[in-house]
Structure formats: C-alpha cells, structure tokens
Design a protein around this ligand. Structure first.
Ligand SMILES: [Zn+2]
Length: 438
C-alpha cells in the first residue's frame, strides 16, 4: 500500500455515486464526510497503483489495512482532505510577460492603442517563436509549481502562441517534456487556431491548421513523440468564424482528440450549438451564450468552462453561470492563465466565481474538481475522492473545506500537503502534523 492519510476532521468526496459530472441542483449537494469526534477521525488508504482503496473512519480503514502495510503515512489530525483541483483552461507555454500592457490598460488605453504599441497576442507570439524549447520549459515549470502549491493536480495546457507549425509543435513538445519534471498532470491541447497570424486571412489560417499542423502533430503522435488530448479554436468575430471553427474541430476529432474550444466570448455566434452538435467535451468562456446554446450543450453533455479572471480583468460582462446550471449544463472552472490574465490559483478562481458569477461555494468546488475533470474527459478517474479513483488530494489546515475559498489569496498558506496518485508531492514548510513522516 502506498499511502495512509488518517485522523482527518473532514473528507470532501465531492460525489460518491460514480458520477462523471454534476449538474443542476446536484452541484450544490456535495458528498462530505465529517468525523463525529476527533478521536474517530477519517482515513483514506491508497493502493500501490496510486488509487483510492478505502475511505472511512480510522477504525474501519485500519481494520482492513493495518498501518504497517503503508509506505507513507500522513497524520491529518484536525485537517481537511479534498480532491486535487483540476484547472480546466490554461495557456502556460509562452515567453515575454505583458505587465506594461496591464499598466496601459489601467491608465485607460484601448485595445487598439495596446495593439499599436506592439502589445497583445502578437507580442507573445513573436517572443514565443523566438524562444528555444529549453527557455520555454524553464519558464513553464515554476508556473506549474505555483499551480501545484495552490492545490492543482491536473491542468489543461494549451499551445497557441506559435500560429505556425514549427512553434505550435515546439509548444506541444515543451508540454511533453514538462511531464517528467512536474507532479502536475498535463492534459495537452493543440490550439493552433488561437488567432489569425499576421499577413494571413482566417480562411488561409484555417487551411494551414488543417492541412499542415494537424497532419504534422498526428505524425509526431503516432511516433510516440507527443500525446495530444484535445483540439481548440478561438471562435470569434474577426478571428475564426463558426464554419472555419467547425472544419478545424472536425479535423481534430478525426484524430481522436476531444473538442474543447473558446466560444461566445465577445459576440453570440451560435458556436455553442455547433460545438454541441459535434459532441464537444467542453466550450470555454460563453459570456454571450444563447438560450438555445445552453439547451444544446445540456442535451449533448458539453461542459461549460467559465473563466472568471478574464471577465474580471477585461471588465467583460460575466457569463450566465446561474442559467447554465439551471439548464443542466455541467459548469467547470479554469484560471485561463495567460500573459493577459496572470493567475495560477484555482482557489482564487473559485472565490471570484462565487462573488462575480454567483456560484455557491459547493458549486464552485464541484466546478473546480469533478466538472473540470469531465471537461478533459477524465470524470471517471479524477475529480472526486471515491474508491478506485486516482488518489489526487489536498490536505487543508483549516476547520472546514470552505476556508479554501473564503480565505482568498491564502491557498498556498493553508494547504499543508498536495498528494498526486498517492505520493506526497508538496508539503508546506513547517506543516508536518503530529506523528507525520513529512
Ligand atoms: Zn483561453
């Protein structure tokens, strides 16, 4: 047996009936175990494959698995155990920050003024094209580490700052290389249609993505050099229209990739209906999703990935989170980490989702765990604490799990341990509990 965590005050399972996502009122009803007394604390046992073997009181778990059988033991007396967080949307591979652009925007600069000053996505594309793989990896790893210490154990990570075959492949290679350097599990997304490159029309860019990029990535995937999980397009007025988006997503679907794209952010285009029709796993943003779009997503089981940091920083109208939930669309959350929205913390995102989107704390946690996992096609293995699932866990130094959202900006100070597949991969200095081996 790999790991025993014992004597916890609370174990937040999120769900306990094998659900692959939570919808509607179920998002507000989480499965939470609470110890009746401190001496009757709760325990989780993890097998040698990193999967959860048992959850229950110390007494029942230890009766089935004596303590001497475990390689590692964490004493979680008085602490709370919850699933590792899943970040459903990030753009983490790039070079060159845009802090000056943030200052310009705060001073009232318009999008066009930022653009004319050489800012925006073109700046990031230029810098990312110029950077070598080693430099991009060196920039990526500390970002992943900061995700980890804020509780993220699985993150969706996109390419999309190359916009040409060679740099898109370079970004995907960097994500591949990162896998052996970080405990954060990476779900890799090809986003070659993130923007239309300078000097090309969207129609030309669509053809390049379909006829050059997808075949090259397919070749690298077949030779075992890359593993890509999903395909993404920025479907927006003046970027890729609905028909172009559909063609690109279809090309990705034919490779066996999940469809997971940006839609309905600035203008309602009907991309939610199109995505649902293609069987999309997820659509992100959705600030302008229509009633019909919500119905189509609900019927198709397409997850809505909401990104409160973006709406906050760009001062956009927030997405209709409550209507999405009422329509039965599974709602998930992501940081949208990118040079324009520098946030790596899912607890901060959960806090914003409660305050700016009107989610309850239960809904925010469901969105940041089981539903985010579902958006990546991993609701069967990740996102909740249930027997048989991968033991990705966060140990919290607080009287209840709600402190993870309530104490905003404090996650890395109250998370005592992060556990990935039953291995303790982070423990906060000074956080070792009584009798803990860490
Ligand atoms: Zn994005």
């Amino acid at each position: 047996m790999r790991l025993l965590v014992h004597s916890a005050r609370q174990v937040v399972q999120v769900c306990d009936q094998g659900q692959r996502s939570l919808r509607g009122a179920d998002m507000d009803r989480l499965a939470v175990l609470t110890a009746e007394t401190d001496s009757a604390g709760l325990a989780v046992a993890v097998d040698s494959d990193g999967r959860i073997a048992a959850i229950g009181t110390n007494k029942t778990v230890l009766a089935a698995y004596p303590e001497s059988r475990f390689d590692q033991v964490v004493d979680a007396t008085g602490r709370v155990l919850l699933p590792g967080l899943v970040d459903a949307h990030t753009h983490p591979v790039w070079s060159g920050d845009r802090v000056d652009e943030f200052a310009m925007k705060l001073a009232g600069a318009t999008y066009m003024e930022v653009h004319q000053a050489g800012g925006g996505i073109n700046f990031t594309v230029q810098r990312t094209r110029a950077a070598c793989e080693a430099d991009l990896l060196e920039a990526l790893l500390p970002r992943l580490h900061r995700m980890l210490i804020s509780g993220t154990t699985l993150a969706e990570c996109k390419s999309g700052y190359g916009l040409n075959t060679v740099t898109e492949v370079k970004q995907l290679r960097v994500l591949e290389a990162a896998r052996s350097h970080t405990p954060v599990q990476i779900s890799s997304t090809f986003c070659g249609a993130h923007s239309v490159p300078r000097g090309k029309t969207s129609s030309e860019a669509t053809n390049i993505v379909i006829n050059e990029m997808v075949p090259e990535i397919k070749r690298l995937q077949e030779s075992g050099e890359l593993a890509v999980d999903s395909i993404d397009v920025f479907c927006e007025k003046g970027v890729f229209n609905v028909d172009e988006t559909r063609r690109i997503l279809q090309a990705g679907k034919e490779q066996g990739w999940l469809i997971n794209f940006h839609g309905e952010e600035l203008n309602p285009l009907g991309s939610a209906e199109m995505g649902a029709e293609l069987g999309a796993a997820a659509i992100s943003h959705l600030e302008h999703v229509s009633e019909e779009g919500m119905r189509a997503m609900s019927a198709a089981g397409t997850v809505a990935v909401l990104l409160p940091t973006t709406a906050y920083i760009l001062r956009l109208r927030p997405p209709p989170a409550r209507q999405l939930i009422e329509h039965g669309v599974p709602v998930a959350l992501g940081t949208d980490f990118n040079p324009n929205a520098y946030c790596l913390s899912m607890p901060l995102v959960m806090h914003l989702a409660c305050v700016t989107l009107g989610l309850t704390m239960q809904e925010a946690l469901a969105a940041a765990t089981i539903n985010s996992a579902a958006s990546l096609g991993r609701g069967d293995t990740h996102g909740s604490l249930e027997v048989g699932k991968q033991a990705d866990m966060v140990v919290l130094d607080a009287p209840s799990w709600k402190h993870l959202i309530y104490q905003f900006g404090e996650a890395s100070n109250i998370i005592s341990h992060v556990i990935k597949a039953g291995q303790v991969v982070h423990s906060r200095p000074g956080a070792a509990g009584p009798g803990s081996q860490f």
